[in-house]
Design a protein around this ligand. Structure first.
Ligand code: CUA
Length: 314
């Protein structure tokens, strides 16, 4: 790994290439405008210096009007173009493609814990396959951290008490810095790790070679039963509660007329503040689990509920 300080980190993801293109584009546009203004400044300083015989009368009306309209329109279109360019990259960066490899990230003072779909765990390390979309579902056990991989141009805050998500598609095999970009206490500067991008076959082999544990969804399923969730949410239950099969990602109609998408944040809120967003047609009888579950348990339950979607599709 390159341990030195480099002003331009390698670009190792699709997003990094797009961000670099915008950065270079802005640099070229600003440079061109700077040059143009500086040149005009020099020309006018020389041409209209004191004592020169250059004409100083009014410009013809059409030049004053057309030039004014021309440069105003050009500046407007340039600004709109830059906005469209940057916004489209940003929107794309905010929408993970379906079927992305989902990795859970758990941050704490001062380490990164990551967990792969097959149950493999890592500390201050993350192995990912090249060319595949990887979605990170992240939470913190204590304070705000920020997941930062300069080579991917990727930075996403990780907050206690909620899930934040981001995604990337790595393009270059190699090992890259993972840093914490939010001051989080004494050892903030040491809260770093390495992201290793491997060829997909290599990743499969690596993941299979990790010590086997129950996967997240299987652990979540056990919790779902032991916490009593299944008593009401199972299909055969006598208590009237929404079935969770296939719920993940679906649009839900609430009793107060609003609709929400059942994403990770919604499911988390439904577990911790069940009275807030009650599904239409159901009574607000679910007790809150706030204070009874830690972040790891919430992640496991979430993984289980997400897996119900996959099971339904099969
Ligand atoms: Cu974690 Cu800074």
């Amino acid at each position: 790994m390159n341990r030195g300080v480099s002003l331009w980190p390698p670009a190792a993801s699709e997003y990094a290439t797009a961000v670099d293109a915008i950065f270079i584009g802005l640099l070229v546009v600003s440079g061109a405008i700077l040059l143009l203004v500086a040149m005009l400044l020099l020309v006018f300083c020389t041409r209209y210096r004191r004592g020169s015989s250059a004409p100083r009368g009014d410009l013809p009306e059409f030049i004053r009007r057309d030039v004014e309209i021309g440069w105003t329109a050009a500046a407007l279109f340039l600004a709109l173009f830059i906005f469209w360019w940057a916004a489209s990259v940003q929107i794309h960066a905010g929408t993970p493609p379906p079927g992305a490899l989902e990795i859970h990230v758990d941050a704490k003072q001062w380490m990164w814990k990551t967990r792969h779909p097959n149950g493999a765990r890592e500390i201050n390390a993350l192995h990912v396959p090249r060319g595949e979309a990887v979605r990170l579902v992240m939470t913190s056990q204590d304070v705000i951290h920020s997941f930062f991989v300069p080579a991917f141009r990727l930075k996403q805050d990780v907050l206690p008490g909620r899930f934040t998500e981001t995604w990337f598609r790595a393009t270059q095999p190699g090992e890259y810095h993972l840093l914490c970009a939010e001051f989080c206490g004494t050892d903030h500067a040491r809260m770093r790790g390495a992201v290793t991008v491997m060829e997909p076959e290599e990743y499969t082999r690596w993941a299979a070679a990790q010590p086997m544990e129950l996967d997240l969804a299987a652990e979540g399923s056990a919790l779902f039963t032991s916490l009593g969730c299944s008593g009401c949410h199972a299909a055969a239950s006598s208590v009237h509660a929404p079935s969770l099969a296939g719920i993940y990602g679906r649009v839900i109609h609430l009793s107060d007329g609003r609709t929400v998408r059942a994403d990770s944040a919604y499911i988390r809120d439904s577990i911790l503040q069940p009275k807030r967003d009650v599904v239409a047609g159901y009574a607000p009888i679910m007790p809150t689990f706030a204070g009874l579950l830690d972040e790891g348990e919430l992640q496991r339950l979430l993984a289980y509920i997400e897996s119900l979607r996959a099971a339904e599709r099969r």
